[in-house]
Ligand binder design. Structure first.
Ligand code: M6R
Length: 611
């Protein structure tokens, strides 16, 4: 996600902030900006694109001495396009402010502030925080008190950094559900979203906790929580800069697997209300009116996103009662597809730049309704589609897609529930049941991550195999396909995903003692028993079996497998999300044991912009 750097001290804040932002470039961003206190006033400069564009914009600016205080930001667009006006810092009167996170109640806050006479210049949620803080300062509150009052009115996730031009000795900081750290120096202090941004200057770091407010000057760091001063432990960071970028993990892929609990929360935030069992997707209001006229859905995508579509088909058919087809974008784009005005075409893409998916969307444009599910605001696919639902996975750096897939499944569930509500195909109680399970999903995923040690031991037994078969039925079939794709793309081991019931029509001929079979087994009846029968067929032919399941120990009595990985159970509809995690880990550990380049596997690119 976005990067944040702040500075208070006696060295040049501008150079330190730009250097810090450069060390966060790996996170991905689409615009950048800084506010610095220099020559008796606060100056703000912003630019779209990479930091080089911001540097060019700064070159044209006359400097008046050395800046002693400042804040800087690299923005990964969430609310509003990646334009200069939407870039941070946002200014309002005395205030310059930057933000990571999502303000859920920004629309009512904006209306309230507009009624008080505030003029908004951007499309962002963040600008409300700048106006709110400025209004409170103008009412006479001291800076920290004003920050406290501002945070009390904001709902959502945030890491805020703000400067008040009347108190240019301090940076004000607030944190809730979005990481922020303070780097302690001698006669200077830094604030950042991530550790790499401060490592060039200090290794002494304080990690703020949810609800913390801080006031950082050159010589002091004051932290409070719920109005009372608190002391947070200072840690000494031993990581080298590259390890720090990976959050201490050996590879980006592993970090991104571990990010999944948080990004599910980010994708759900502000979008569900358990109270009235509804899904809030204001970006789809025009679709609500047309929902009952949708006769058919066609989903197009490539690779992992195509697997997300196969899983999404279950939600859309089951919840919204709409027949749904899934096509490879590269196939769909060159045939008519019989799209008419009652067909909803959904393109799913992490990057939003995959050429085949864009081509498929172009082929459907003007014929049916078009909707994109995408992770990158303003990407080509989003510009082409009539409607967009964004996943909030944050930048995915490893070529192997993990957290983006998980958030695509979450977004497709939200879409299916939204359509079910609009079409009246699901009772309030049934919707509430699924929504309640979705609320529990981030915690269940955190719990699932604990199987990593077991998966790593299993990987040691299987990593030398030359072929793998992944089997699953129903909702577990797309997960079997995704498990096989992940393994082959990063470990270069041949792997096939198959519907378990189809195995006896061909692939069973491959099975012998050298073939590991990964069975994805959901406890839902009747497919549980059916898959167990397939497991017996595999066992009878001497295969080495690894079972990944959400079933109970009792359910599994009589199952003899070389490896057995159990994940928590939340709801049948959500199990695939959790069952996929051990498969991501298996691919990762097998690749590490085989010594491949996990984050940059051979012959692959993160964004495939060629046919
Ligand atoms: O950016 P997209 O989601 O459109 O990318 C589609 C595929 O290229 C992508 O999912 C690819 O299969 C991944 N490397 C899989 O891990």
């Amino acid at each position: 996600m976005c990067g944040i750097v702040g500075y208070a001290g006696n060295r040049d804040a501008l150079a330190i902030i730009i250097g810090g932002l450069e060390s966060l470039e790996y996170r991905g961003y689409d615009s950048a900006g800084v506010s610095v206190y220099e020559g008796g006033k606060v100056d703000t400069t912003r630019a779209t694109g990479k930091l080089i564009e911001l540097k060019k914009a700064l070159e044209g600016r006359k400097r008046s001495g050395i800046a002693s205080l400042g804040i800087g930001h690299t923005r990964w667009a969430t609310h509003g396009r990646p334009t200069e006006t939407n870039a941070h810092p946002h200014t309002a009167g005395r205030v310059s402010l930057i933000h990571n996170g999502i303000i859920e109640n920004y629309l009512p806050l904006r209306a309230m502030l507009e009624a008080k006479g505030c003029t908004f210049l951007s499309e962002t949620d963040t600008e409300v925080a700048a106006h709110l803080l400025n209004t409170l300062l103008a009412e006479g509150f001291e800076p920290l008190e004003a920050m406290r009052k501002m945070c009390a009115q904001v709902k959502g996730s945030y890491a805020f950094l703000a400067i008040d031009s009347k108190h240019p000795d301090r940076v004000l900081v607030a944190k809730n559900s979005t990481p922020i750290i303070i780097g302690k120096g001698d006669g200077e202090n830094l604030i950042a979203s991530d550790i790499p941004a401060v490592l060039q200057h200090t290794r002494r770091v304080i990690v703020l906790e949810d609800g913390d407010l801080a006031q950082v000057t050159a010589d002091a760091v004051y932290i409070e929580n719920q109005g009372k001063e608190v002391r947070r432990k200072e840690e000494t960071i031993a990581w080298d800069p590259i390890t720090a970028q990976k959050g201490g993990f050996k590879h980006f892929m592993l970090k991104e697997i571990y990010d999944q609990s948080r990004v599910i929360g980010d994708t759900l935030r502000g979008r569900i209300s358990e109270h009235d069992a509804s899904v809030k997707l204001p970006e789809l209001e025009t679709l609500r009116d047309k929902a009952s006229s949708i006769k058919r859905i066609v989903m197009v995508a490539c690779g992992t996103a195509w697997h997300a579509c196969l899983e999404g088909k279950f939600f859309l058919e089951e919840f919204a009662g709409i027949p749904c087809e899934v096509d490879y974008a590269s196939e769909f784009r060159y045939r008519s597809g019989l799209i008419d005005k009652d067909t909803l075409v959904i393109a799913v893409s992490q990057s939003g730049e995959t050429l085949d998916t864009l081509g498929a969307l172009e082929a459907a444009s003007g014929k049916g309704m078009t909707l994109a599910i995408c992770n990158v605001v303003g990407a080509s696919i989003c510009r082409k589609a009539e409607m967009v639902v964004y996943t909030h996975a944050g930048p995915e750096i490893s070529v192997a897609s993990t957290k983006a897939f998980t958030t695509q499944l979450v977004a497709l569930q939200l879409l299916a529930l939204f359509l079910a509500e609009a079409r009246g195909t699901m009772s309030v109680a049934a919707r509430r049941h699924v929504l309640h399970a979705m609320v529990e999903l981030p915690a269940a995923l955190s719990q699932t991550l604990k199987v990593d040690g077991e998966v790593s031991s299993v990987a040691k037994r299987f990593f030398q195999a030359r072929d793998f078969l992944f089997l699953g039925r129903g909702r577990c079939y797309p997960i079997a396909l995704e498990g096989a794709l992940k393994l082959k793309e990063i470990s270069y081991i041949h792997a096939e995903g198959y519907p378990a019931g189809e195995m006896k029509h061909g692939p069973i001929a491959l099975i012998d003692e050298s073939m590991p079979v990964v069975m994805v087994l959901q406890r839902e009846k009747p497919l549980f028993e059916k898959t167990l029968s397939n497991l017996k067929e595999v066992e009878a032919r001497g295969a080495r079996v690894l079972v990944v399941t959400d079933a109970t120990e009792e359910d599994l009595r009589g199952v003899h497998a070389e490896g057995l990985i159990r994940v928590p159970f939340v709801a049948h509809e959500l199990s695939p999300i959790l069952l996929n995690v051990p498969l991501q880990m298996l691919a990762y550990h097998v690749a590490v044991l085989n010594g491949t380049d996990v984050d940059l596997p051979r012959n692959l690119a993160k964004s495939v912009t060629v046919e």
